[in-house]
Write a protein that binds this ligand. Sequence first.
Ligand SMILES: Nc1ncnc2c1ncn2[C@@H]1O[C@H](COP(=O)(O)OP(=O)(O)OP(=O)(O)O)[C@@H](O)[C@H]1O
Ligand SMILES: [Mg+2]
Length: 287
Amino acid sequence: MEQPDLAKADTEAAIDRQTDPQPAREVLFELRDVGVTLPAGPGGREILTDVQVEVGTGEIVAIVGPSGTGKTTLLRVLSGLLRPTCGTVTLAGRPVTGPSASAVTVFQDYATALLPWRTVAHNVALPLEGKTGKAERRRRVREALEVVGLAERAEEYPWRLSGGMQQRVQIARALVVQPQVLLMDEPFGALDAITKASLHDQLMDVQAQTGQTVMFITHDVDEAVYLSDRVMVIHTPDGPGTPGTIVHTVTTGLPRPRDGIATRDLPGFHAARHELAEVLRDGRVGH
Ligand SMILES: Nc1ncnc2c1ncn2[C@@H]1O[C@H](COP(=O)(O)OP(=O)(O)OP(=O)(O)O)[C@@H](O)[C@H]1O
Ligand SMILES: [Mg+2]
């Protein structure tokens, strides 16, 4: 198979980055002036403040940031599971007032996300029950399990699987819905390097075919740059314990399809990783 000329495409992408930082896309998610205060002690605790987000249809966006800065909280706001204390959240122009059928969330806590009394296949089939015929359900479950590399384990119970496998079952259960929006909280955290690399590429293939919008949280800057169109950094600019906000966004501008080795050799990849590492260390841009 002929490889795309990644070096040339990267130069072009770098030029694009200067002139057109955002490809023209229909806005899917829009958060304006979002703040979240959760109950904790007298008066509650401000977790997020002044969050502004715009995500286009078909974009892949990563969220990175130190522990406890509000990444999961932001994902819960996006998924409609948590109403913000202030500000507005819209999905395709409509206010988000609760969980939407077009957005599916993969949670951080995979250990409690699966039903122990159901087999892997029946866990994955759960969101389709009552919505599709049996034959279609079987086909889609098999396809989703193939994407995550667990087709062979379909008839086992989740508690017989390793943590990384349980996490992949959860991803399969999200993919089977073929959602318009996929929201994932540290979906690759429990995986070994080889499984992770293969799942990255499988998920990018699925996304390229379906045009899904994907937002995911990760602690891995390399992974964030490799997979995403944009990487948002959440930090607490006023110091630990103060509210989190998006302090910086990096547009990666890397060409697709990406290649696990060649993409990581591109100057644009290094530049994005360097910029993110600095912001994560300092909590803001510039020093
Ligand atoms: N239900 C809750 N009630 C009160 N405070 C909460 C609640 N959930 C989270 N918090 C607090 O909100 C802050 C942000 O939590 P969150 O889970 O969003 O962080 P995170 O960035 O996802 O961290 P990690 O990387 O460790 O997963 C933390 O200080 C946490 O203690
Ligand atoms: Mg979290």
